[in-house]
Every structure is written in C-alpha cells, then in structure tokens.
Design a binder for this molecule. Structure first.
Ligand code: FE
Length: 176
C-alpha cells in the first residue's frame, strides 16, 4: 500500500495497544476559543501565556504568548533553541530589522540575545513558542539578571489555576 493515500473506508484505524510506557496525548481543539479565559496565565499587565505542553521530563515548554496593546519582553538569552510561529499580530526584536507577522516562523539559535517588542499599534499579538531549557534575562552587557524554566512555568500555572478556581492540579493536563 502507498505510504500516503486519500482517505477511504477501506483504511482501518489502528486499534492495537499503545507502547506500555507511552505518555498520554494532549489535544487542544481550539486554543483561540475564548470560552475559558482562565487558561491564559497572566505574566504581566496585558501579557499572557497559555500553556499547551509543559515537558518537565525533557525540559521544554510549548505555549502561546499573547500581548495586547503593545509591550516589551525583557532582553534575554537562550541556552537552547527556540522555535516560534506567529499566529496573530506583529512583533520585532530591537536587535533585528525584520518584523514578524502572521505566518512568520523563527528559529532562535542557542546563545542569541534579543528583546521582543510589540508596538503599541498592535491590538493583539499571539505567537506559538517552543522553548527549551531556560530564558536567561540579562542586562545591556549580557550579564545574567534572572531566569525562568519549565518548572517556573508549571509553578506559575499552578498558582494561577488555583486562584481562578480551576484547581492547582489543572496544570497536570499539560505536564508530560
Ligand atoms: Fe527569545
């Protein structure tokens, strides 16, 4: 049989057992649906993070960053790669001359230092980021001033979900 074929009724779904050590799937049908605003974890005024996958076993996290009415994400460095895909709005790095918009993909190489700016005329920006390792905040000279990693993200989600009535354990939907 061809590796790729149009769907037909003759193709049967796999119904065998999964590998015994397999983790559970995470499926979010529509992360844009505003039916539960509580899933957006506030990080700062007009800035939120919606967790999609928090991998404590591999040290990465996948989330949607949302900024309304402009804002700035402090200068930072990554020790490991980041992948970004813009879904809505526009943003740029102070250190670059390009502007990212819907459909833009970005690979941030380990070691790069940049400062993300969403200009005030951007009503709403939403970007999917796949972060690995940590975000290391730094000063103008590149000296470390702070950091955040997947465990900090889990803790922030836990506190937020508890505060909005979903319960701290709600974070487990995203933990792998
Ligand atoms: Fe970055």
């Amino acid at each position: 049989m061809d590796a790729f074929a149009k769907p037909t009724t003759e193709i049967k779904p796999y119904d065998g057992p999964p590998p015994p050590d397999m983790f559970a799937e995470i499926f979010t049908a529509d992360a844009f649906a505003e039916d539960d605003a509580r899933l957006w974890v506030p990080l700062a005024p007009d800035r939120w993070s919606r967790p999609l996958c928090l991998s404590v076993s591999q040290g990465y996290w996948v989330h949607l960053t949302r900024v309304r009415g402009g804002g700035m994400l402090s200068r930072h460095r990554h020790p490991a790669p980041v992948h970004g895909f813009v879904l809505k709005g526009t943003w740029r790095y102070l250190e670059r001359d390009w502007v990212a918009g819907p459909g833009s993909y970005l690979y941030e190489p380990p070691g790069d230092i940049h400062t993300l700016v969403v200009d005030a005329d951007c009503e709403e920006m939403i970007t999917l980021f796949h972060m690995t390792g940590a975000v290391i905040y730094c000063d103008e000279d590149g000296n470390t001033t702070g950091h955040t990693d997947v465990f900090d993200r889990v803790e922030a989600c836990r506190r937020h979900f508890e505060a909005v009535g979903l319960g701290a354990d709600y974070v487990e939907n995203f933990l792998r």
